[in-house]
Design a protein around this ligand. Structure first.
Ligand code: F6R
Length: 256
């Protein structure tokens, strides 16, 4: 696992955008795994400013969608993706995929899994991390070999996501998510973390001890994971020993 330490969220977003752009330049028909939530917002903002044609041959699969929210609901992840990225790029609609939160969950999850496999599998998966260590909506306790499935969201996850809704009662109780096993099949994984509320989850991940109680520790087995974290998200002990940290000048050069 590679760790890139950056000063703040903006640098994290720049790195994340760089990984997506590099992937698309190297392989225009890439299969991208995308995330929603607060963490990737800066990455999407940067991608909106870049070449919109880059996506013409790409395919995207999002990690998750709320169960019970129609695609047109303003808080659905389909709407989020449209607002933050899809409306600003040339990605044919048939090439973007999110689970359908209104469909029969069992049939939808099996179909989603099949679609990912039929595409040839995800080349680059972007992940955020929950403060309880979840990835996708795989809450603590989820088996590492799980496939796309319906989950009940933990109260802490619903509270964390309340900021996108008017009130807690409006936050759906369930979601459809790629499983941990699905995520682990991605050829490359980039996990983003920013802010102090992610510190404990990152401490547990970087301690190297694998446990189903911290879903992100499943990534320790994966051969190609890059964690991009800002200083606020990293515990003091990790910051002291951080193996890799790049200068922004270096990144600016790579972005051009
Ligand atoms: C989003 C997702 C979640 C979030 C995580 C962190 O598609 O799957 O795992 O990445 O809940 O959320 P934020 O970024 O809002 O802190």
């Amino acid at each position: 696992m590679e760790l890139i330490v950056v000063n703040h969220e903006e640098e994290m977003s720049k790195w994340a955008a760089y990984y997506i752009l590099r992937q698309l330049k190297q392989k225009p028909d890439s299969i991208l795994g995308l995330a929603t939530g607060g963490t990737p917002l800066g990455m999407y903002r940067l991608l909106r400013q870049q070449d919109k044609q880059l996506y013409a041959k790409a395919t995207t699969f999002n990690l998750d969608e709320y169960a019970g929210l129609p695609a047109g609901h303003p808080q659905s992840y389909r709407a989020y993706m449209k607002d933050e990225l899809f409306s600003a790029i040339e990605l044919p609609e048939a090439q973007s995929h999110l689970p359908d939160g209104m469909a029969d969950p069992e049939i939808e999850c099996a179909a989603y899994e099949e679609q990912i496999e039929a595409s040839g599998g995800i080349d680059l998966q972007i992940l955020g991390i929950g403060s309880n260590g979840h990835i996708g909506f795989n809450e603590p306790g989820t088996p590492f070999d799980s496939r796309t499935h319906k989950v009940e969201l933990k109260e802490e996850t619903r509270k964390a996501n309340q900021r996108f809704f008017d009130k807690l009662d409006d936050v759906p109780t369930h979601a459809l998510t790629m499983g941990i096993g699905t995520i682990l099949k991605s050829r490359k994984i980039v996990l983003l973390a920013s802010g102090q509320e992610k510190q404990e989850a990152l401490r547990l991940l970087l301690s190297g001890i694998q446990t189903v109680d911290v879903p992100a520790t499943s990534l320790l087995d994966h051969p190609d994971v890059t964690v991009i974290a800002d200083c606020a998200a990293l515990p003091e002990t990790v910051l002291e020993q951080a193996a890799i940290s790049f200068s922004m000048e270096h990144l600016n050069l790579m972005m051009t």
